[in-house]
Design a protein around this ligand. Structure first.
Ligand code: IMP
Ligand code: MG
Length: 181
């Protein structure tokens, strides 16, 4: 791998500290417990961005819980709202006997999750909810509302806690604004 120029300089400022994220994740875990009241659930992690959030959220949940992973790539031309979502790696379970929660890192235009929800609903899960760590509602181009959002943020590019810029910074323990200058 080549050396990375200005790696630390690109971390403009911390937007959400590790402590703020931890507190919000604990709260989200308790909310999820209250939704299912002891019934088992399946957490579906959308790779790669959600891997850190999924890891912490799963440990904040007390109801019986299985985990599964899915990787998707979306292709949208310009500003149109519908496009194609290609499944790069599919779930290894049939979800029709599960209460499913999709765990996402960030909802931006909403197009990716909108398609993923359609795909998974077609497989007839017992129920389907979407929990997202971050939401940028001002960027939305399709009408998509997550069932639970930990933080709504304005329109700037964020990195850390799973989120990347060109595959880097996913391992930062906090969420920061990326300096694109
Ligand atoms: P959308 O909602 O279909 O526009 O796509 C959301 C996806 O775009 C997320 O899953 C991220 O991979 C990526 N994304 C959007 N905003 C950001 C950001 O601020 N930082 C890192 N990735 C982002
Ligand atoms: Mg993502």
């Amino acid at each position: 791998m080549q050396p990375v120029e200005n790696y630390n300089k690109k971390i403009k400022r911390i937007v959400l500290s590790k402590e703020e994220i931890d507190a919000a994740v604990q709260k989200a875990g308790k909310t999820i417990d209250s939704w299912y009241d002891g019934r088992p659930i399946l957490l579906v992690c959308i790779l790669k961005g959600s891997f850190v959030f999924m890891s912490d959220l799963s440990r904040a949940i007390s109801v019986p819980c299985e985990i599964a992973f899915m990787s998707v790539k979306s292709y949208f031309a310009g500003t149109v709202s519908s496009g194609t979502v290609n499944i790069e790696m599919d779930l290894d379970v049939d979800i029709n006997k599960y209460n499913v929660i999709i765990v996402e890192d960030i909802v931006d235009t909403g197009r990716t999750l909108n398609e993923v929800v359609k795909l998974l609903k077609a497989r007839n899960p017992l129920s389907l909810k979407v929990v997202t760590l971050l939401d940028k509602p001002s960027r939305r181009v399709v009408d998509f509302v997550p069932d639970y959002t930990l933080f709504s943020i304005p329109d700037f590019f964020v990195i850390g806690y799973g989120l990347d810029c060109a595959e880097l910074y996913r391992n930062l323990p906090y969420i920061a604004e990326y300096d694109g200058e």
